[in-house]
Design a protein around this ligand. Structure first.
Ligand SMILES: Cc1cc2nc3c(=O)[nH]c(=O)nc-3n(C[C@H](O)[C@H](O)[C@H](O)COP(=O)(O)O)c2cc1C
Length: 171
């Protein structure tokens, strides 16, 4: 199944039942394509977070972004219209590809209301938090449901920070 068609279908279904201003949560994951030759990964991550904070504050988008050197996993919450427009813009970004839509659902309230974009990375110091979500010891977003991703992000949210160093990641 073409996952992009699937995301469009989910949006169409939500629009038939809900207003464009309904609060939704969208989750996707993607493969990181930040080329080290362009500029240091740390700088590129900070550029992504700068744009996220700037635009998300303007569009009342909140959420979380997890990075583990290979994968991005992101949760966006806001109105259906704003979340969709943001997702469509992010999808085109060459700093990642193979963007895989996981879910978009209406929600009664925000879970990351304090964060324009909370950031958590799979660094060695957070391995205990990630451990319950690993698949045979590996971080495999394709094997995670939206509920698992939400739960992982909430577990990590107490340690959301700006990327400060690229610690070696666990295998
Ligand atoms: C993994 C990833 C996550 C991103 N998350 C957001 C986001 O939450 N909000 C946002 O506005 N841009 C996000 N971006 C950046 C957008 O793709 C795009 O570069 C940016 O919105 C352009 O903003 P500007 O026109 O203000 O420069 C993300 C990019 C990547 C690669």
């Amino acid at each position: 199944m073409d996952i992009h068609v699937c995301a469009d279908q989910v949006r169409a279904r939500l629009l038939t039942r809900n207003k464009p201003l309904s609060l939704v949560r969208l989750i996707y994951f993607s493969e990181c394509r930040m080329e080290r030759k362009n500029s240091p990964v740390l700088q590129q991550l900070n550029e992504i977070l700068d744009a996220s904070e700037r635009n998300n504050a303007a569009n009342a988008i909140t959420g979380a972004l997890i990075f583990d050197a290979k994968w991005f996993v992101q949760l966006l919450e806001g109105t259906l219209d704003d979340v969709w427009a943001t997702y469509k813009r992010i999808e085109m970004d060459p700093r990642h590809d193979n963007v895989r839509f996981v879910e978009m659902v209406t929600v009664p309230s925000r879970r990351f209301g304090d964060w324009c974009m909370g950031y958590g990375e799979r660094a060695a110091r957070h391995e205990a938090v990630f451990a319950p979500y690993l698949y045979e010891g590996r971080f495999v977003p394709a094997n995670m449901s939206g509920g698992m991703i939400l739960s992982m992000m909430l577990d990590l949210s107490s340690s959301f920070v700006r990327p400060s160093s690229m610690e070696p990641l666990a295998a």
